[in-house]
Design a protein around this ligand. Structure first.
Ligand SMILES: *Cc1c(COP(=O)(O)O)cnc(C)c1O
Length: 436
């Protein structure tokens, strides 16, 4: 178990007396892995410093946004300039259009888009829009995918294809989730059967193209192809949730990778967040013009936000997109990320520990399993206790990774070859401990 310093521990005690669990988002509390969370005082480049002044190599990157690393000078300059001109106006600004254009330049399926403040809001709004535009109520989501904490999404599968979901959170009435059908990820036959049964009532299928909320699981090409074809055939909308993958796995998001494999592939709606805000509270949803124009004030689907398109957040997002749009950015990032996964795999093999990993762009995942899982039940076959020992072994050595085995990891452009080598060397020591 990680040695917790007096500072981290006392800050955690103080926070627990004020904030439920001491945190403002549950996974930060280290409940899955045990121990005391590191309280962060500063970030620079690939590093964080905790309350005791310990330097950590950061592979969480604020759960995805910090693709340039912390404190990138061009981003800070843009934010400082925006702050000096005012924090919020509640009126349109030119920069909102500039950011919309920057996004659309790289993600051609987005013909119109709206800015919001979180991925949760993007998901909730995209689903309302899909229901409003189709005049249908039922939605399909997949086991292990996360699209934010809107009521209709906090749901686990019913007992069969004919039955809809059950709430996974207290406070969500059954009536709110009874139109949510939860299916297994990468299961084409089940998706076909669901459409055969409910096709004329399904408003949308929502999915992560590379699921990063069950660690790292890719949608297979046949699965993605089937989802697109079934939605088209039955008049449902395909919503690709790129809150994590957008501007993270490639400049055009994961959808650009599937478009290389599936001729003409495009989602109807896309959700963005995390990298698109560069670390500020900013997210977006967008897609087909005819669908997006169903939104108020043009159409009957209501959606709004006091801080939507906030001028400081748009400055941060625009500056970030400018950097990631430079030639060669993703090739270099992908190479660094692959080097980490390859290094970890070699270290595990040398110590005789089962390990497999995968990565795309600056997003990665690894399992202490002999083969990559393809869906959530397979992810659950991971040995949680072993994962927790691996996590704490790394943290003890100054390597900050996600404190739960259901989370993807992130490499930034600020991580150096030396950071990767340091991480692999630390992991090798931990693998040796795990093998004994
Ligand atoms: C993080 C995430 C969300 C939720 O975004 P928030 O900004 O945390 O509300 C939605 N979908 C995916 C795929 C995510 O990774």
């Amino acid at each position: 178990m990680t040695d917790t310093t007096d500072h981290n521990l006392s800050l955690f005690h103080h926070a627990q007396a004020l904030i439920p669990g001491g945190v403002n988002s549950p996974v930060r509390a280290f409940r899955a892995v045990g121990g005391t969370p590191s309280f962060i005082t500063r970030g620079q480049g690939a590093y964080l410093w905790d309350a005791d002044g310990r330097r950590l190599i950061d592979y969480i990157g604020s759960w995805g946004p910090m693709i340039l690393g912390h404190g990138h000078p061009a981003v800070l300059e843009a934010v400082h300039r925006a702050v000096a001109l005012g924090l919020s106006f509640g009126a349109p600004t030119e920069r909102e259009s500039e950011l919309a254009e920057a996004i659309m330049r790289h993600v051609p399926s987005i013909e119109r888009l709206r800015l919001v403040s979180s991925g949760t809001e993007a998901g909730m709004s995209a689903i309302r829009l899909a229901r409003g535009a189709t005049g249908r109520s039922k939605i399909v989501k997949f086991n292990g995918c996360y699209h934010g904490h809107a009521d209709a999404l906090l749901v686990k599968a019913g007992s069969g294809l004919a039955t809809f979901g059950h709430a996974t959170s207290a406070g969500v009435p059954e009536v709110v989730v009874q139109d949510t059908l939860v299916l297994e990820y990468n299961d084409v036959a089940q998706l076909e059967a669901a459409f055969a049964l409910h096709g004329d009532k399904i408003a949308c299928v929502i999915m992560e193209p590379i699921a990063g909320n069950m660690n790292f699981v890719r949608a297979s090409v046949p699965f993605m192809r089937a989802a697109r074809a079934l939605c088209t055939k039955h008049g449902a909308l395909l919503i690709i949730d790129e809150v994590m993958t957008g501007f993270r796995v490639a400049l055009g998001g994961a959808q650009s990778l599937y478009a290389k494999e599936i001729a003409g592939f495009q989602p109807d709606l896309t959700m963005l967040g995390k990298v698109v805000g560069g670390g500020m509270p900013l997210a977006a949803f967008g897609g087909r013009r005819d669908v997006m124009e169903q939104l108020a004030p043009l159409g009957p689907v209501y959606q709004a936000g006091t801080l939507s398109g906030n001028p400081v957040a748009t400055a941060c997002g625009l500056a970030t997109l400018r950097e990631v749009g430079k030639p060669g950015f993703y090739a270099a990032l992908a190479e660094r990320t692959r080097a980490l996964i390859t290094g970890l795999a070699q270290a595990a093999k040398a110590e005789g520990v089962p390990f497999c990993g995968d990565s795309e762009g600056g997003m990665m995942g690894y399992f202490l399993l002999p083969a990559l899982p393809g869906n959530y039940p397979e992810v659950l076959q991971s040995d949680g206790a072993r994962f927790n020992r691996f996590f704490h072994g790394l943290l003890d050595r100054g390597i900050y990774t996600a404190p739960a085995l259901y989370e993807a990891g992130f490499v930034s452009a600020a991580h150096t070859g030396e950071d990767i080598a340091t991480t692999v060397a630390a992991a090798r020591e931990v693998f040796r401990e795990l093998a004994n």
